[in-house]
Design a protein around this ligand. Sequence first.
Ligand SMILES: Nc1ncnc2c1ncn2[C@@H]1O[C@H](COP(=O)(O)OP(=O)(O)OP(=O)(O)O)[C@@H](O)[C@H]1O
Ligand SMILES: [Mg+2]
Length: 309
Amino acid sequence: MIVTVTLTPALDKTVVIPNFRTDEVNRIESLRLDPGGKGINVSKGLHALGMDSLATGILGGDTGRYIENSLRGLGIACDFAWTDHDTRTNLKVIDPVLHTNTDINEAGMPVGQDVLETVYRKIETAVRRDDIVVFAGKAPAGAADTIFAEWTERLNRKGVRVCLDADGGLLIEGAKAKPALIKPNDAELSRLTGRSFESIDEIAASARELTADGIETVAVSLGGDGALFVKGDTALRGRGLKVEVQSTVGAGDSMMAALAYGAASGMSFRDTCALAMAFSAAAVTTPGTQPAEMDYVNELLKQVILTEM
Ligand SMILES: Nc1ncnc2c1ncn2[C@@H]1O[C@H](COP(=O)(O)OP(=O)(O)OP(=O)(O)O)[C@@H](O)[C@H]1O
Ligand SMILES: [Mg+2]
């Protein structure tokens, strides 16, 4: 079982407006609504890979109900904690003529300790030893930076494998609790280690230090340049795959979905890394955070080259 946790979901409203102008009335050409938020994206990725997951976290109001209904419609199981506040809606304005991409994001509402504890109880009830819990994204106002660290410690004691994809204080504190896997991008790894990197060797050295220190797997994603995966003594470098980029939003979430899939299905480390490369590269060829078709993922899989460092 894989449980994905999204404490700050959003309803992503993507509108296409050719020749978008400020100070004028703009006409929407097309509109789509997608459940968004990092853990939710991981659940969507797992679903595309053919694996069930349980999506939990915090939802509220009519937008929350819309998100839950869409996830259920996709066949993704949900068990969220509910608040009175409406889950935020994030507006994305895509202009195919002027080639602009404008995000207008609502601030999330603060949540109380009781709601957070309800989320944790839902996670704990759902998992058994060796199951996987993915913490992804930001924490709401009202939650401490140590929240994922505390939950990771509690889950580690139960033999549950935690995968963490966060930034800033959440990642710094979370890493101290030794999750089974972290997936920072290079900027996030910089903030975690307090170092700036000049070369892939320096990134690999930092990732190796983290694994030596008790985090089993460190996957560092490098956008179009590919990724670096370290587990035990093995460090694998995956060169960026050449794809037609539509939207890189959520590429990291697709990579996390593939990493969790590999861990849950007992795939070898090398095969898991190859899938993570192909699945994330395929995801950037689709609009927004939609996962790619598996036929295309399998085609890209043949092009993945992983070299030992
Ligand atoms: N332009 C690209 N071309 C090919 N592959 C890409 C590209 N951008 C991203 N990827 C793939 O997706 C993976 C994750 O991307 P990235 O490093 O941008 O994650 P991220 O910064 O965590 O993104 P996000 O948090 O927005 O999901 C990369 O390691 C790579 O495999
Ligand atoms: Mg990311």
